[in-house]
Design a protein around this ligand. Structure first.
Ligand SMILES: C[S@@+](CC[C@H](N)C(=O)[O-])C[C@H]1O[C@@H](n2cnc3c(N)ncnc32)[C@H](O)[C@@H]1O
Length: 397
């Protein structure tokens, strides 16, 4: 750490906005990340520290000044620069001493390519937040992926609504450098520009054998044909389907794809769950008189409560079709309301009580279905929620 004459820490980077300044790194950690997130089940989910507007919450996962990717040819010695820059003291300040899967001293080229490291190997304040967020997420997902690595010679992963593909790339990096296992990871998004950018980045990083990207609307996406086309291999089911902040019902589509494909593991961080709120607004306009009428009539309560209940209904549907579901926070709730991670492991035994609980809860909420129910019903007998208990199906993980 450099010291100025005044005794204060110097900002090593030329860019004043960088939080390469060690004091700023401390501030971020002290304010937000000084402890591991407490993980809560949905039944004791904590109240958020304060209400945020929809606009504020939207900016959480895609900070505006991130993702300005660079070509790696400009920085041949970038890894060395990063190793020099990221002293154990600096790493500790960013990670608060936690064992993050990707350290900036080790995954420098990847982090640079994703726009998370500056040219001088420092990290901007926004990048530190994103870096911490994705590492927390990876820490939570890692045990599931390690289990898949043990069971399958090549782990097949679908990232549905991959967007800028931070997680997609970090997963590929972990498979290659940390878990040292073979993987086929397919990122799908309807945004052509982002898909093109991710393809270029994968080539530059030498990850294009592990990582493929396809531009498609998830509603029309076909796993089998796309997988065969991209990896030139016989189609087999995805072992994992992940969807991070896939907007509104895109999360339901991702879950439905995973369930229809009998994926061994599902991991979603839902976002903008607006479907039920829209339906409740309509019911309110039609003078709905049930117990939830006061909620339906208030836009703020309607939006907030619909988001929580959408995830509750998703959880019940997933349990009803044979998944063991866990709901946790992946970053502390004061940082963002979009911090819920739903993980689901396929056990294969349909849980009758959850099917009944779904029907009861839906009835008490005015009888409106969520997209996942409609998609599962359209998916045929194997995934329809009223499938008979399948006690003979072996747990798949
Ligand atoms: C908020 S971004 C999240 C991106 C990324 N998963 C992340 O966490 O950084 C949501 C992404 O989902 C994509 N998306 C939403 N609905 C989709 C659909 N029906 N089919 C394909 N992509 C979709 C959007 O294009 C967008 O890139």
């Amino acid at each position: 750490m450099n010291k100025s004459k005044s005794g204060k820490n110097d900002n090593v980077s030329n860019n004043d906005n960088n939080i390469n300044n060690d004091n700023n790194i401390n501030n971020i950690n002290n304010n937000r990340y000084d402890s591991q997130p407490e993980f809560h089940t949905i039944s004791n989910y904590p109240k958020s520290g304060g209400q945020r507007s929809f606009k504020q919450s939207q900016s959480f996962h895609e900070p505006k000044n991130l993702g300005a990717r660079v070509t790696l040819s400009e920085t041949k010695t970038f890894s060395e620069k990063a190793r020099e820059h990221w002293t154990p003291e600096r790493i500790k300040k960013v990670t608060s001493g936690k064992k993050y899967p990707i350290l900036p001293s080790e995954g420098a080229e990847l982090l640079r390519a994703l726009g998370l490291l500056n040219a001088d190997a420092s990290m901007s304040a926004d990048a530190v937040r994103k870096y911490i967020q994705i590492n927390h997420m990876l820490l939570l997902l890692e045990p599931y992926f390690l289990e898949l690595c043990e069971r399958f010679p090549t782990v097949r992963v679908l990232d549905a609504g991959c967007g800028s593909s931070f997680l997609t790339f970090l997963l590929a990096w972990c498979f290659r450098n940390r878990w040292k296992k073979s993987a086929h990871i397919l990122g799908v998004d309807s945004n052509e520009k982002l898909i093109q950018k991710s393809r270029t980045t994968a080539q530059e990083l030498g990850l294009s054998d592990v990582l493929k990207f396809e531009c498609a609307n998830l509603q029309e996406f076909l796993w089998d044909t796309t997988y065969t086309k991209c990896f030139e291999a016989e189609a087999k089911r995805p072992n994992a389907v992940v969807a991070l902040h896939a907007c509104d019902t895109a999360t339901d589509i991702a879950l439905a794809i995973g369930i229809a494909q009998k994926a061994d593991f599902l991991g979603v961080a839902p976002c903008c769950q607006a479907e039920l709120a829209r339906k409740w607004a309509k019911l309110s306009g039609e003078n709905f008189t049930g117990a939830f009428a006061p909620v339906f009539a208030n836009p703020n309560l309607r939006r907030e409560i619909a988001a929580h209940l959408t995830d509750t209904l998703r959880m019940l549907l997933m349990r009803g079709v044979g998944y063991e579901v866990t709901i946790t926070e992946f970053v502390p709730s004061q940082h963002s309301p979009k911090n819920r991670l739903m993980t689901a492991v396929r056990r294969g035994n349909f849980h009758k009580e959850s099917q009944v609980a779904y029907t009861d809860l839906k009835a008490s909420l005015g009888g409106q279905s969520i997209a996942l129910e409609d998609l599962l019903a359209a998916g045929g007998g194997s995934v329809a929620i009223d499938s008979p208990t399948d006690a003979t199906t072996k747990p798949s993980i």
